[in-house]
Design a protein around this ligand. Structure first.
Ligand SMILES: Cc1cc2nc3c(=O)[nH]c(=O)nc-3n(C[C@H](O)[C@H](O)[C@H](O)COP(=O)(O)OP(=O)(O)OC[C@H]3O[C@@H](n4cnc5c(N)ncnc54)[C@H](O)[C@@H]3O)c2cc1C
Length: 462
């Protein structure tokens, strides 16, 4: 959750506005209304049936996509290999996700209102001071969030299959179906499952960082970070400290290019770190993260160890013909913060909306141009956010002196306000010109000090 507030400083300030051409009815507990589309199109009608779309993967991207498709009149199947999947993840979500995806408050384990940013020399800056009383960062367990979104898709009409997607045969001619091969674990054949196929008109690949759908369409590779996390059960006394507080540690010891974290969960803390450049050292970096937090987690019991790749940038290809990638499969995690849950759900929904719109509620065949509308909208809305976080990572995560400068800047209330507003609401809010100027001067001051410090340190190590 690192600042995108500095957009104002580097001149990328803008308010993102979303195209509201599709109006999704607000889901109530049991009733779902169809999405109404007013569009005209010349692609052929799918006669005697509705457009059929497969969503592969039932994480936040897949769950959100399947719900939107089903509500929009599309015959939807969702294939998820593990219905109790516990995705390795910190589980931090922005406040806007709770509202936009109508998440019930009881699936949020903790409401974090205080964040400590801790520098390489262990200077800690509290960065929740500007939050309003109703504002917080949500902490969820992924097994809970993902199951909730999948169940809601099923309630909206999607068929959820507990199966492992294996591969798909691409259409032999325009308009002919994709044939998906999968192992169906619902079958009563014991643990091995049963090999099956299903024919669909379009496919959404929401199967995460190791996406088989992406491989099937030769989407190309992306650079990735490896993230490592331990779930640690600590005493109730120690847990009290993390009641509504999360910690981020920066420094060469915890990660040469990312950060280490301690995030509070329902009855334990998640302690982790990540790196792109030193993947082979990940366990060493994890030990260092644990060491930095040792006073607060001492005596804790590690109850789960997990690791997973985090994409660093979008894949070279995200749409081909009637196949689109969303979430981690597409590569939508932000640099610097490593945030991907909201962007996964959002891209799943956006892609599904494009299909609903292009097919006029499932009545017509879609083509690549319909799916490309999702890409255009996505890139227009989020490109600046990704770019700014990329720049921030390059500037502030490159050395310990730069990280010290970064933590120093985080003490500024204006930086905090812009940071939280940008993170919680996923909008780059307009700043106050005078404060922007002050921030620019302070930033330059911090960086100059950081560079001077680095030069001194380099002299010492000669
Ligand atoms: C250690 C760690 C910590 C993180 N912390 C945070 C955080 O605090 N906040 C945040 O916003 N982001 C965080 N992220 C990133 C976040 O976890 C991802 O961006 C997010 O999970 C992407 O969602 P998704 O739906 O695209 O993919 P996933 O969540 O990976 O879901 C993919 C789904 O597809 C299923 N699947 C895969 N292959 C197949 C197949 N062949 N057949 C059928 N099903 C299949 C999987 O079982 C899974 O359920 C973290 C990542 C890591 C690794």
């Amino acid at each position: 959750m690192v600042s995108i507030a500095l957009k104002s400083f580097i001149g990328l300030r803008q308010i993102t506005s979303e195209n509201k051409s599709i109006v999704l009815s607000k889901p109530t507990t049991q009733t779902y209304h169809k999405i109404r589309i007013n569009a005209s199109k010349t692609s052929p009608r799918v006669n005697g049936r509705n457009l059929k779309v497969a969503v592969v993967g039932g994480g936040p991207a897949g769950g959100a996509a399947a719900e939107t498709l089903a509500k929009g009149g599309i015959e939807t199947i969702l294939i998820e290999r593990k219905l109790d999947n516990c995705k390795p993840c910190g589980g931090a979500i922005p406040l806007c996700m709770v509202g936009e995806f109508d998440l019930p408050v009881d699936i949020i384990d903790r409401r974090v209102t205080k964040m400590k940013m801790i520098s390489p020399s262990n200077v800690a800056v509290d960065i929740g001071r500007t939050l309003k009383p109703h504002e917080y960062i949500g902490m969820v367990r992924r097994e809970v969030l993902d199951a909730y979104l999948r169940d809601r898709a099923a309630t909206a009409g999607a068929t959820v299959i507990n199966g492992l997607f294996l591969k798909m045969d691409l259409p032999k001619s325009t308009g002919s179906p994709y044939v998906l091969h999968f192992t169906d674990y619902n079958a009563k054949t014991g643990g091995a499952g049963e090999k099956k196929t299903v024919e669909v008109d379009a496919v959404i690949g929401a199967d995460g960082a190791n996406s088989r759908v992406a491989k099937n369409i030769n989407a190309g590779e992306y650079e990735y970070a490896i993230a490592f996390q331990e779930r640690i059960k600590i005493s109730d006394d120690k847990m009290q400290y993390y009641e509504n507080l999360a910690e981020m540690y920066v420094g060469d010891d915890v990660s040469p290019d990312f950060y280490g974290w301690v995030f509070p969960k329902c009855d334990h803390v998640a302690v982790g770190t990540g790196t792109v450049t030193h993947k082979g050292d990940i366990k060493k970096l994890q030990i260092a993260t644990r060491l930095r937090a040792r006073d607060k987690i001492e005596g804790g019991k590690i109850i789960r160890v997990e690791a997973h790749p985090i994409p660093e940038h979008p894949r070279p290809r995200r749409v081909l013909d009637r196949v689109a990638l969303v979430g981690d499969a597409a590569g939508y995690v932000t640099k610097c913060s490593g945030e991907g849950i909201y962007f996964a759900a959002k891209s799943g929904r956006m892609c599904a909306e494009a299909i609903v719109e292009g097919s006029e509620n499932g009545k017509r065949m879609v083509d690549e141009s319909d799916l490309r509308k999702y890409l255009e909208k996505w890139d227009k809305t989020y490109w600046p956010t990704y770019k700014v976080l990329d720049v921030l990572q390059k500037v502030f995560y490159r050395s310990n002196p730069a990280r010290e400068a970064f933590v120093e800047m985080c003490a500024d209330e204006y930086v905090q306000k812009m940071t939280f507003d940008s993170y919680l609401y996923k909008k780059v809010v307009p700043g106050n010109p005078l404060d922007d100027l002050k921030l620019a001067v302070n930033t330059i001051g911090s960086l100059v000090r950081a560079n001077a410090l680095r030069r001194e340190m380099e002299k010492l190590s000669v």
